[in-house]
Design a binder for this molecule. Structure first.
Ligand code: ATP
Ligand code: MG
Length: 447
């Protein structure tokens, strides 16, 4: 427990941080510096005391020596609790034993915020606290460098995606998240009372990105999606985000190539910037190769390996098998049976071996899991109307969408790729919930 006396020593609220030095910059500075951060660890060897200070850029060892360091500081180094927030002033000196070759001699320690003890979760790098409990205290779990590493990588992936799309000449779009009718078909939607009307939380930006591609040609978005799937799996969230792309004057082949180059660029950027984080997760990745297989070819391949494939969908087992057979490869499965794809996917002229109608839809499998679905879309209002009817959907709910193709609509194609799923796969995380700051799943609405 923190002693009462200590909490009184917490400084006032008037804290001037303008002279702050980040830990990563401290090593090259001489003279007195001012650091802010969290108490990562303390160690007491009676005559010598260590305190490891942590900020978002790194860690620094602070050393107090009885008789040399002022009594007040020496005492604080003992009493301050782990994860408390402090300001520390001091000068750096060389030290062979210290990580980074330097340690700080403190001339002032100010406690800004005391962390209550005991901490509700284990905040060490390899925390022994199970994921659900860590997520209950996610704000504290994010003090861990290992948790932060995931979101640093996620950030690089987001930036690399945007960078790639800008180079491709695509426009970033912001779409509505409250919609009038299901954008993917099916019933797994969250209803919203929208004044007197019934509305839904968006399942995708599908219809909007298509409408926009029909004027601005190349568009992209990082878009939140909500799916009211009741199952609890390690690869699904009820609220997730997608990297979305849509392009006019393009078919499935063209956008598969865009997706391949995009993922390659994203992985390349992670490799360039995150050797530390990849090492932390013991991950060895490389810029992926690309493989194209038809749905039928995959079905034949899976037969050989005694792996179950659905009639018009890939089982998780067959996705895993593809990951094993083609490691470090984006496997595009195209010429997909039309029955397994949503209403907006363009039927193709081709037929499968059992006479089934094929489509211009595809999935991309990477590291044994679906990362993306895409395809050429239907731009012909009559055909679209026909497909709504075939899927048993109400045509009148989609009037605006169908009408948008009546006034000059190019052929177009695109894809959506899971943001959290991509991060999960790149870092080899065992559960997608690790890859989202505040996950929403069947049982979790807080924090
Ligand atoms: P899956 O078959 O894996 O459930 P899906 O085919 O239902 O996915 P799509 O509508 O094709 O999903 O969405 C595009 C991409 O978004 C998927 O390939 C996946 O990477 C990601 N994604 C889809 N649903 C979820 C979800 N519930 N949670 C997290 N990511 C998702
Ligand atoms: Mg899909």
């Amino acid at each position: 427990m923190v002693k009462e006396k200590k909490s009184k020593e917490v400084s006032n609220y008037d804290i001037d941080t303008t002279k702050r030095t980040y830990i990563k910059d401290a090593f090259s500075k001489s003279g007195e510096i001012e650091l802010y951060g969290w108490v990562h660890d303390t160690r007491d060897l009676s005559k010598i005391r260590f305190l490891v200070l942590r900020d978002i850029t790194g860690r620094l060892q602070v050393v107090g020596i009885k008789g040399e360091t002022s009594d007040d500081i020496f005492e604080k180094m003992h009493d301050v609790s782990r994860e408390s927030v402090v300001k520390i002033k001091g000068t750096l000196k060389d030290s062979k034993q210290a990580p980074g070759g330097k340690e700080l001699n403190p001339t002032e320690i100010e406690i800004i915020s005391v962390a209550e003890q005991p901490l509700p979760i284990d905040v060490s790098d390899h925390s022994k606290t199970e994921l659900p409990k860590r997520l209950d205290f996610r704000f504290l779990d994010l003090h861990r460098e290992r948790a932060q590493a995931i979101f640093k990588v996620n950030n690089t992936l987001l930036q690399a995606y945007r960078e790639f799309m800008e180079k491709e000449g695509a426009f970033e779009a912001i779409f509505p998240s409250i919609i009038g009718a299901s954008s993917e078909g099916g019933t797994e939607v969250y209803p919203v009372q929208y004044f007197e009307k019934k509305a839904l939380l968006s399942q995708s930006c599908q219809l909007y990105k298509q409408m926009l591609a029909c004027s601005m040609e190349k568009v992209y978005a990082v878009f939140p999606v909500w799916r009211a799937e009741k199952h609890n799996t390690i690869r699904h969230l009820n609220e997730s985000r997608q990297y979305d792309f849509e392009m006019a004057f393009a078919d499935d082949k063209i956008v598969m190539d865009v997706l391949a180059r995009c993922v390659q660029h994203m992985v390349k950027k992670v490799l360039e910037k995150h050797s530390k984080e990849l090492e932390m997760y013991d991950v060895k990745i490389k810029v992926p190769d690309v493989k194209y297989l038809t749905f039928h070819e995959v079905a034949e391949l899976m037969k050989k390996h005694n792996c179950h494939v659905g009639k018009d969908d890939l089982s998780p087992e067959s996705e895993r098998k593809l990951g094993e057979l083609y490691p470090d490869t984006i496997v595009f499965v195209h010429d997909w049976p039309l029955s397994g794809k949503p209403f907006y996917i363009m039927p193709s002229d081709k037929k499968g071996p059992n006479g089934e109608q094929l489509s211009k839809g595809f999935d991309a499998i990477y590291k044994g899991m679906e990362i993306s679905s895409g395809g050429q879309r239907i731009h012909i209002p009559e055909l679209l109307t026909q497909r709504f009817k075939a899927k048993g959907m109400k045509v009148e709910n989609f009037k605006d969408y169908i009408d948008s193709f009546r006034y000059g609509a190019p052929i177009h194609a695109g894809w959506g790729m899971g943001v959290e799923r991509m991060t999960m796969l790149i870092l080899g995380l065992p559960n997608i919930r690790e890859a989202v700051l505040f996950p929403r799943d069947r049982d979790r609405l807080t924090p």
